[in-house]
Design a protein around this ligand. Sequence first.
Ligand code: ADP
Ligand code: SF4
Ligand code: MG
Length: 317
Amino acid sequence: MSTPPLLQVEDLTRRFPVAGRRGAELHAVADLSFTLQPGESIGLVGESGCGKSTLVRMLARLLDVTEGRIEFDGKDIGAVPAARFARHPLRGAIQMVFQDPTDSLNPRFTAHDTIEEPLRLLGTLPASARAARVREVAAQVGLPAELLPRLPHQLSGGQKARVGLARALALSPRLLILDEPTAALDVSVQAVVLQLLARLRRELGLAYLFVSHDLNVVRLLTDRVLVMYLGKLVESGPVADVLAQPRHPYTQALVSAIPGRAGERIRLPGEVKSPIDPPRTLCRFHGRCPRGEDRCAREAPPLRQVAPGHWAACHFA
Ligand SMILES: Nc1ncnc2c1ncn2[C@@H]1O[C@H](COP(=O)(O)OP(=O)(O)O)[C@@H](O)[C@H]1O
Ligand code: SF4
Ligand SMILES: [Mg+2]
C-alpha cells in the first residue's frame, strides 16, 4: 500500500516497576510494531493480562511509553508525555471508547453534558454550535434527542454505550480505539452496538483499533488481526487468513475455541509464565505450547512472514 499509514508503532515497550521488589520489572508490552492505514480496522486479541489495555492506553496517550515510537499522521506523539497530551492538537483525532459505559460516565453529567465535554475542553465551537453538534452525533449513534437531558442512571446499558460512543465521535476523530466496548452489555444489546460500530465506520471512514477476546466479533468488524501473548505480538495478518489458517500454536488454540467451530478444541497445558523479567532467550509461549522443543527454550522466535501480509513468531510456523 502506498498511502502513508495513519498510525505507525515501532518497538513499543511498556514496563512497570514491581512493588516491593527493587529493580524487578513487569514487561506488559514488549517490542511491539505494526501499522494501521487510514480507514482500516484492526482487531487486537489475546487472553486477559497479555497487555492489550496497556498497548491501547499508550496509543491513546493516556499512559507513558517506556521505549519505542508511536507516529500518528507522521507525527511522533509517543514522545509527548501522557499528562500533556490532553492539550495536544492531535488529541481530538484519537479517541477511546471504554469497556464499561457505567464506569466511564460521570454520574452527575447528563448525556448532553457528557457528549459536549470534549467540545468544551478542546473544540473551538461557540455554545450554540456545540449544542447542534451534540444533537448531530447523538443522531449518528441512534440516541434519541429526548434522552439527552437524562443522567446515566436513567439510561439503559445500550443507551449508555451510545452516549460513550457519541462523546468519542464529537471531535470527529480519525482513529477510534475500542477496548472491549461491548463486554459489559447483554448479548442482544451487544449485537446491536456491533452493527452500529460497523455502520459508523463505513459512513465516517474511521479507522478502528478494536480490542476483543471474541474472535467472532473480530471477524465481523476488522480487516486485520493482531494476536498478543504475554506482551508480545505473536501473529498478525488479514483476519480471514488468520482465522482460516492460524500459524502460531497460540492462535491455533484460540481459533479452535471459537464457539460453533468444527474440530476439536486445543487445550493448552501448563500455566501462563510470569511477565516479570521474562528471560530474553526463550519463547514466551514455551511451557504452554503443545509443540515446544528444546530450541524454544534457548532462542526467542522472531516474527517471520509466513504468507503475504501474514506474520508469525514461532520457529516452526
Ligand atoms: N499500572 C500498572 N502497574 C503495574 N502493572 C500493570 C499496570 N497496568 C497493567 N499492569 C500489568 O500489565 C499486564 C498487562 O495488563 P493489561 O494491559 O491490563 O492486559 P489486558 O488488557 O490484555 O488484560 C498485566 O500483567 C497487568 O497486571
Ligand atoms: S517457538 Fe516453540 S514454544 Fe514458541 S510457539 Fe513455536 S513451537 Fe511453541
Ligand atoms: Mg484489558
